[in-house]
Design a protein around this ligand. Structure first.
Ligand code: FES
Length: 623
C-alpha cells in the first residue's frame, strides 16, 4: 500500500502512518528492538537512522528501506507499507480428554439449548471465535489478529500502555474489533450464503481484514448498515470467553496496575459477566497473574482434573504455561519464552502468516521448506551450494544471561505469547534455483517471496543444523556460517532470510525457559519426566512436530506427546455443552471456579534454583 504523509521532523514515521490507518507491523511497539517495522520510502526526505544502519544493509538503505519507528521524515514523503498478512491460526481442537475417556458431550443438554453460542479464545496475538449450534456441533470459526498489537506484540508492552492511561482506549479497540468480527461470523453462520452476508455486512467486510481505522473512516456506511447487521445477532444466545490474565483484564477494563509488578496481584480472577452487542458474555475464571482463564479452559476441556499422574498440559501458544497432574493434584507454572518462538526478535522470523515458512528440513544441506498457504512447487534445480563446516566460530556462550521465569525472558526483556505457528496445513515447497546467498543458501523460486520463518520452522532448522554439525551443542555456528548465519531463502523484497548467531541465542533463551519450567514442575510434583504424557496445546504447540525438534531440548524426552490443538476452544465448547439451563450453567461455572481454585501455582521466580537450572539448560542436544 502506498501512503503519502507529511513529516514535521518530530513525529516518527510509524506514528504518521498509524494516523493514516496504515500501521506497519511493529511487534515491539516502536521501541526499535524488533527490527520488523520496515517500510520503503519511495520519495521525499527521510534520512536513515543509526538503528537502520544496524538492522538494514547498505543496499536496503539505498533502496529506501527504513524502520518506521526510527524514521523522522521532514516534508512530504510517499511510503510503501507492506501488506499485513492473514494469520494462520489454530482453530482445531480435540474433544478427547487427557485420559482418553469421552467426557465431552452432554448431548441431552445441547438439544434443549436455544440459539447459537459463541466461544472466544482471546489470545495475545490472535483471537478466535467459534460458534456452537443448538445441535451441539462446532460450526463456523473466525480468526484474526489481536488489534492490541499496535500497543506491542507482547503482554509487557500492553501492560505498560494500559497502566499508563490507555486502558479504556485499549478496551474499546479490542471490543469494537471483536464485535465487528462477531457480526461477520454470525451473519455467515445464520445466512449460510455469501450474497445475504454481503448485503448485510459489506461495509464491515471491507474493513475487517486490515484495521479498525477503516471502519472508523466510514461511520456513515457503518451506521447505515448497523441495524441490518445487528439484527442477525438475535440468533446468538450466549458468549463465553477465556484468555490470559492480562488480556481478560483489558477486555473487562479492570485495573492492571497490580499485574506488572511484584507481587503480581490481579484485580480479579473470578468468573465475570459482561456483554457484547447486548449478548451476555461469561468470562472464565483465572488462576494467577501468569496462569489465566485460557489454562482453566484447557484443563476443563481436556478433563485434566480427572487425569492420570504425569498428565501435562503444555500451552506454547502464549507464555509457556504448563499444568501437571501429580499425586497431590494439579500444579501449574508459567515461563516466558520471550517473543522468539513466535518469530519476533529473530532476524528471519515472522508470525505464522500466509507465506511464512512453517517447517524446514535439510537435504544435503539444501533447505526444503513447508510454507503456510503456499502452492506446491516441484524442484527445478537443486544446485544449491550449501556446505557444512565444522569449525566452531568461538562465539561466546550465554553463561552470563539471566532470565525471569514468568515474564521477562528473552534479551529484550519482554514477555510474549508465541502463538504464531498454528494450523500448519501448509504445502511442501522445494527450493529451486540457487541464488548463491553468501555461498550457503538456495532461493525458493516460483514463490513470490517468503514472509519469514515462524517458530516451528526456526526450531526445526536449529535441529537440522545440530544434526549436520553446523551448530554445536552450545549453540555456536561453525566457522563458515559464523558471520552470515544459515540462509534458507529470500523474502518479498529480495532480502536474504538467514538464521544468524544472534537468532540462535534468542532461541536458546526461549527453549531454556520452557524446558526448565517443565523440568522444575516435574521435580515439584515428584514426577519423572520420562513418565510425562504431554498434551501440546495452542498455536505453537499444534504446529510443532516433536520428533523434528528433539535436539533443541524444548520438550522433555517423554513417553507420550500429542498435539491437542486449541484447548481453549475445547474448554469453551464443553462449557456450552454442559450448561444449557440456569441450573447446569451454575454447576458448570462452579466446576470452572473449583478448577481455578484447586490448581497450585508454582512461582518459579521465587525459587532460587531456577536461575542455575536455566543456565544449565541452554545447551542443545547433539548426538
Ligand atoms: S516497531 Fe520499529 S523496530 Fe520494532
Amino acid at each position: 500500500m502506498e501512503v503519502k504523509v507529511f513529516g514535521d521532523g518530530i513525529k516518527n514515521l510509524k506514528e504518521l502512518l498509524e494516523e493514516k490507518g496504515a500501521s506497519p507491523y511493529a511487534p515491539c511497539a516502536g521501541r526499535g528492538t524488533c527490527g520488523q517495522c520496515i517500510v520503503k520510502v519511495l520519495s521525499g526526505p527521510c534520512p536513515p537512522s543509526e538503528r537502520d544502519k544496524e538492522v538494514l544493509s547498505a543496499d536496503e538503505i539505498g533502496q529506501g528501506m527504513r524502520l518506521a519507528c526510527r524514521a523522522f521524515p521532514n516534508g512530504d514523503i510517499t511510503v510503501a507499507v507492506p501488506e499485513k498478512k492473514n494469520p494462520v491460526i489454530c482453530t482445531e481442537f480435540s474433544v478427547n480428554s487427557t485420559h482418553q475417556t469421552d467426557h465431552s458431550v452432554s448431548s441431552q443438554a445441547d438439544k434443549s439449548a436455544s440459539g447459537l453460542r459463541v466461544g472466544i479464545d482471546l489470545g495475545t496475538t490472535t483471537i478466535v471465535l467459534t460458534t456452537l449450534g443448538s445441535d451441539g456441533t462446532a460450526g463456523e470459526t473466525r480468526a484474526f489478529l489481536n488489534p492490541l498489537s499496535v500497543y506491542g506484540s507482547d503482554v509487557v508492552s500492553r501492560l505498560e500502555s494500559a497502566a499508563g492511561g490507555k486502558l479504556h482506549e485499549m478496551k474499546d479497540l479490542l471490543r469494537r474489533k471483536i464485535e465487528d468480527e462477531l457480526r461477520i461470523l454470525i451473519g455467515t453462520t445464520v445466512f449460510n450464503g455469501k450474497k445475504t452476508m454481503e448485503d448485510c455486512t459489506s461495509g464491515i467486510r471491507d474493513t475487517s481484514t486490515s484495521s479498525d481505522e477503516k471502519i472508523r473512516s466510514n461511520p456513515e456506511r457503518k451506521a447505515q448498515i448497523a441495524p441490518a447487521v445487528d439484527s442477525v445477532m438475535t440468533h446468538v444466545s450466549r458468549i463465553a470467553l477465556a484468555g490470559n490474565t492480562v488480556m481478560t483484564h483489558i477486555f473487562m477494563g479492570w485495573d492492571v496496575s497490580g499485574l506488572g509488578k511484584y507481587p503480581f496481584k490481579p484485580y480479579s480472577l473470578d468468573a465475570a459477566q459482561t456483554e457484547l452487542l447486548g449478548i451476555p458474555v461469561t468470562v472464565f475464571p483465572g488462576i494467577s497473574a501468569f496462569v489465566g482463564s485460557d489454562i482453566v479452559a484447557g484443563i476443563y476441556g481436556l478433563d485434566l482434573i480427572n487425569g492420570r499422574v504425569g498428565d501435562m498440559l503444555m500451552d506454547l501458544g502464549t507464555n509457556g504455561e504448563m499444568v501437571l497432574m501429580t499425586e497431590k493434584g494439579l500444579i501449574a507454572s508459567s515461563a516466558s519464552a520471550g517473543p522468539a518462538l513466535e518469530g519476533a526478535h529473530i532476524s528471519c522470523g515472522t508470525g505464522c502468516v500466509e507465506g511464512a515458512v512453517t517447517g524446514i528440513t535439510l537435504e544435503n544441506l539444501r533447505p526444503v521448506l513447508t510454507v503456510a498457504g503456499a502452492r506446491s512447487f516441484r524442484p527445478t534445480d537443486n544446485t544449491a551450494n550449501n556446505s557444512a563446516n565444522d569449525s566452531p566460530s568461538g562465539t561466546p556462550g550465554l553463561s552470563d544471561t539471566s532470565v525471569h521465569p514468568s515474564g521477562t525472558a528473552g534479551s529484550s526483556g519482554t514477555s510474549a505469547h508465541p502463538s504464531g505457528t498454528a494450523g500448519l496445513s501448509g504445502t511442501s515447497v522445494h527450493p529451486s534455483g540457487n541464488k548463491g546467498l553468501s555461498g550457503t543458501s538456495v532461493h525458493p523460486s516460483g514463490n513470490k517471496g517468503l514472509a519469514g520463518a515462524c517458530g516451528s520452522a526456526i526450531l526445526e532448522l536449529v535441529d537440522e543444523l545440530l544434526r549436520t554439525g553446523i551448530l554445536s551443542s552450545d549453540g555456536t555456528f561453525s566457522k563458515n556460517y559464523a558471520d552470515e548465519g544459515f540462509a534458507f531463502g529470500t523474502d518479498r523484497n529480495g532480502r536474504v532470510l538467514a538464521l544468524t548467531q544472534a537468532d540462535v541465542r534468542e532461541i536458546q533463551l526461549a527453549k531454556g525457559a520452557v524446558s526448565t519450567a517443565a523440568l522444575m514442575l516435574c521435580e515439584k510434583g515428584c514426577t519423572d519426566p520420562k513418565d510425562l504424557h504431554i498434551s501440546l496445546a495452542g498455536g505453537m504447540g499444534s504446529g510443532l512436530r516433536p520428533e523434528r525438534i528433539r535436539r533443541t531440548g524444548l520438550i522433555p524426552a517423554v513417553s507420550e506427546v500429542r498435539a491437542v490443538g486449541n484447548s481453549v476452544l475445547c474448554g469453551l465448547m464443553r462449557f456450552f455443552r454442559d450448561s444449557s439451563d440456569p441450573a447446569s450453567t451454575s454447576s458448570a461455572l462452579r466446576a470452572l471456579s473449583d478448577i481455578a481454585g484447586s490448581v497450585t501455582v508454582y512461582d518459579l521466580a521465587l525459587d532460587d534454583k531456577f536461575q542455575k537450572k536455566f543456565l544449565d539448560s541452554l545447551d542443545f542436544i547433539q548426538e
